[in-house]
Design a binder for this molecule. Structure first.
Ligand SMILES: [Zn+2]
Length: 452
């Protein structure tokens, strides 16, 4: 028999999400304290004791827990309260209006990730209402600052208040969205994420008069070669375990791409050719997969020159480089310098703006198996597949402390996979109310079964 959806939470989780969207936590500056206090208030009404942590005025996070009897490892339900900016002029609704219409909740954070916060809070309340006595601690943490790197949120809490937030298992954002293939859903579980290397390169030259270009050494031209080299570089393809599993799962369900993907699995070097073909059908998915196969480098900022008639002696550019599990920022810089050998390396300066290691959790755990089983209870012909996130989440702080972290925000894909991803940090971000009910139901079942 199929598991029942918890239809009774529909209004509660919808209203909670709408309220959270209306508390504008655009980061910078964040102002998450208001949202953290709001959550503490709604939780305390149902008998929870909440602890409030503020990194700096306005930068609040909230933590609460249901105590277990110490017979099972603890589980942390993690989310972040901040969102990225939204330009109201581009949206069809007020991005901070918490609008509920046409069966959706609209607004910045509807997917990333106030919906998950709302679902996790409702799960905690349901556990208490249903008098569930867990065998291990179930912790909820809604934190500040994820969108700017988490140093004022999860990163700080792990460093300064580890005992409040430490857990063997963590459920967070980064996966959970179904990839529908031939009427069946493959639910993703984020088991790995890329590392970040934000690199500034400064090209040096000799200044001169703009009317005699040959007498000077133009730093813009030097930087032009750097951008050309790095921006078009396709580094070696490397299949990490998570991506291998994901591609195998997709190939199993889709006969059309099966052949192409099995060639890719056997011969990764042919990867780009195959993805070019796939891109004609689904560009976003093909490019997502391409970025999972290798280190990527994207130029994102460039500055140079001060006046119309001065040839500049300096030009700087920033590169957003993302590295795979198994790689590290040090080796990435070595590879980048190798590429720039013939661009007068001595006239280039390198500066690391920010770097973080990639991270990966094993999929061979009882929690992973349980998530897959619960999904099958709701949808017998569904399956689960691990996914590598090309971006970063707060999970990396916890993986570093030895926790098993899964990005699992369960969502059915009601519109094409790529369309949903485009609204995240994009325009008209929204989530179907049905998905809020589905997500809450799946999460509740996972937590309740795992912890009792
Ligand atoms: Zn997020």
């Amino acid at each position: 028999m199929c598991a029942q959806l918890l239809k009774e939470v529909k209004d509660e989780v919808t209203n909670l999400l709408s309220d959270l969207i209306q508390i504008n936590t655009t980061n910078p500056p964040g102002n998450e304290t208001k949202a953290a206090k709001y959550l503490a208030e709604t939780l305390e009404k149902e008998g929870f004791n909440c602890e409030f942590f503020e990194f700096a005025p306005g930068r609040g996070s909230v933590i609460t827990r249901i105590k277990g009897i110490g017979e099972k490892p603890s589980l942390l339900l993690l989310s972040h309260l901040d969102v990225v900016a939204a330009n109201p002029k581009e949206w069809s609704v007020d991005p901070f209006g918490g609008v509920v219409k046409d069966g959706f909740v609209w607004g910045r954070g509807a997917i990333d990730m106030k919906s998950m916060t709302a679902m996790e809070v409702v799960v905690m309340k349901l556990l208490k209402r249903n008098n569930i006595e867990p065998k291990g601690d179930i912790i909820l943490a809604a934190t500040a600052d994820e969108e700017k790197g988490g140093e004022a949120g999860a990163g700080w809490l792990v460093r300064s208040h580890l005992e409040k937030i430490r857990a063997k298992y963590v459920i967070n954002e980064g996966g959970g969205l179904a990839i529908p293939i031939n009427g069946k859903n493959i639910y993703t579980i984020q088991t790995a994420e890329k590392g970040i290397l934000w690199l500034k390169i400064i090209a040096k030259g000799e200044p001169g008069h703009g009317s005699v270009p040959g007498a000077a050494d133009n730093a813009i031209l030097r930087m032009n070669r750097v951008v050309e080299k790095l921006g078009n570089y396709r580094s070696k393809i490397s299949l990490v375990s998570t991506v291998k599993q994901l591609l195998s799962a997709i190939a199993k369900e889709n006969k059309l791409v099966q052949q192409a993907l099995s060639i890719l699995l056997q011969n990764p070097k042919a990867g780009d050719q195959i993805l070019d073909m796939l891109a004609q059908k689904d560009k976003v998915m093909a490019e997502e997969i391409r970025a999972m196969l290798r280190m990527t480098i994207a130029p994102t900022i460039i500055h140079g020159g001060v006046k119309e008639n001065i040839i500049p002696s300096e030009c700087e550019a920033v590169f957003d480089c993302r590295i795979l599990p198994g790689q590290n920022p040090r080796d990435a810089i070595k590879e980048i310098k190798g590429l720039l050998k013939d661009v007068d390396l001595e006239k280039l300066e390198f500066e690391i703006i920010q770097a973080s290691e990639p991270s990966e959790s094993s999929m061979n755990t009882p929690l992973y198996d349980l998530i897959e089983n619960v999904l099958k209870e709701f949808e017998p012909d569904s399956s689960a597949a691990p996914i590598l996130l090309t971006g970063g989440t707060d999970s990396r702080f916890f993986r570093k402390m030895g926790s098993v972290c899964y990005g699992f925000q369960p969502m059915r894909a009601d519109v094409p996979y790529g369309e949903i991803l485009k609204t995240v940090h994009g325009i008209d971000e929204r989530i179907p109310i049905e998905n809020l009910v589905f997500g809450t139901s799946v999460l509740y079942n996972v937590v309740q079964k795992f912890m009792t």
